[in-house]
Ligand binder design. Structure first.
Ligand code: GLY
Length: 417
């Protein structure tokens, strides 16, 4: 009889290796599940918008109809961006074809100087396209977009003006130079423009803007004001208020998420530790907040209805059975936290990575993921756009989908590295 001696060491090694692969695959299950859920939804959204590159899917009305925004409004880049992420994950050419067509539809926006949102519109679309397509017009379009954005920069204020002159909530003040936390998201476009053109002025504007935001939008506990209004002649801070948050002194969840993501981007581009610290402390405020629900998906504002926070609008708590959540804030925060974790080690790395992972697991659960096709088009449920103006409450939002897909891809990349 021939007896085989099975070497114990290689067998144990093979077993450990197999377990590792299996648990790795299990951990990535929710990524796969989310992209699989997205595919038929985006198929029907594409079919619905076929041949029409003028109406950009934004959200849903109460009657289930799609709410579209036009090319000049802030969310046009997210639909092409989401399609690029579908292509990145699946490598299916149909997503690439659609992403290209929707990206190209935004070309005229490179001259848009009506507000600060050009970074969202152009970098989420063309910025993603650059990673897959070698089209020499794209860097030029992005460079022109950066020039348009810089037209809204004032060296006196040291910031890019977000909105044109407008009244504050409740018509209390007139804002002549309002700058909002969201504007941190437009800076990535400027860093890119400096890299491709060699013109450091774009980068300079981005850094100045980030410094002013750090100085004036943050409170001692690294919670954030939504709006800071400056005197355009002197650069003096005149008002610290909110438009979309609960009250001037409260912390609007999406604003805080924009800050986590935006300061992380600025740290990536500058390696200036002040920005890393700011991103970390803003993240700590978000993830350690006693008012963050256990599933880590925030209420639309961290201070809704709390004593000491007085809204400038008619808040009627009885209108809501439960305080609405904002899945978009969670998605943005998770994408930011994942990148933040890549700049850190040990406990800190783990803290932000684990927080992002918990958020993504919640978002990919049946509560938030549109697995049962409650609507035929969007991936995430339960976002809030602008509650004080009674708009987009507990609805899908295209930017929630976009940052969720981005975060899932970031998560997969970190896990696989
Ligand atoms: N940037 C606009 C918003 O977050 O609603």
């Amino acid at each position: 009889m021939i007896r085989f001696k099975i070497p114990i060491f290689p067998c144990t090694f093979a077993l450990v290796f197999l377990c590792h692969i299996l648990s790795h695959a299990q951990k990535l299950d929710f990524v796969e599940r989310s992209f699989k859920t997205a595919a038929p939804l985006y198929d029907s959204l594409l079919a619905k918008t076929k041949g029409n590159f003028k109406d950009y899917p934004h959200s849903l009305y109460e009657n289930g109809e799609i709410k579209y925004l036009q090319i000049d409004e802030w969310t046009g880049g997210f639909w092409p961006g989401a399609l690029w992420y579908m292509y990145e994950f699946t490598k299916n050419e149909k997503w690439k074809k659609a992403a290209l067509a929707w990206t190209n539809s935004l070309e005229s926006n490179q001259y848009n100087t009506a507000h600060h949102d050009i970074g969202f519109m152009m970098y989420c679309s063309y910025g993603n396209a650059l990673r897959f397509v070698n089209d020499e017009s794209y860097p030029k379009i992005l460079l022109q977009s950066a020039k348009s954005l810089c037209q809204r920069y004032s060296p006196v204020v040291g910031s890019i003006q977000s909105w044109n002159t407008r009244k504050s909530k409740g018509d209390i003040n007139t804002w002549r130079y309002p700058v909002i936390m969201d504007n941190m998201m437009n800076l990535e476009l400027l860093f890119y423009a400096s890299k491709i053109s060699g013109d450091t002025s774009f980068r300079h504007v981005a850094i100045k803007h980030a410094e002013q935001t750090m100085k004036n939008h943050l409170r001692a506990d690294y919670s954030s004001y939504h709006v800071v209004n400056y005197d355009p002649k002197t650069g003096k801070v005149l008002h610290k208020q909110t438009l979309q948050g609960f009250s001037d002194g409260s912390t609007w969840a999406r604003g805080q998420a924009w800050g986590i993501y935006g300061f992380t981007t600025v740290y990536r581009e500058t390696k200036d530790k002040r920005f890393l610290t700011t991103a970390m402390k803003m993240a700590d405020y978000f993830i350690d907040n006693p008012n963050l629900p256990s599933d880590k998906i925030p209420y639309w504002d961290f201070n809704v209805g709390q004593a000491g926070f007085k809204p400038d609008w008619d808040y009627q708590p009885t209108k809501f059975k439960e305080t609405p959540r904002d899945a978009s804030a969670a998605a943005i925060a998770s994408a930011g936290l994942l990148e933040l974790s890549t700049f850190l080690n040990g406990k800190e790395k783990k803290k932000y990575f684990n927080a992002a992972e918990s958020i993504l697991k919640s978002l990919s659960s049946d509560k938030y993921l549109n697995v049962d096709q409650q609507n035929p088009y969007f991936l995430l449920k339960h976002s809030t756009g602008n509650l004080p103006s009674d708009r987009e409450i507990d609805v899908p939002l295209i930017y929630a989908d976009y940052y969720f897909l981005e975060a899932l891809l970031r998560y997969r990349k970190i896990k696989q590295s």
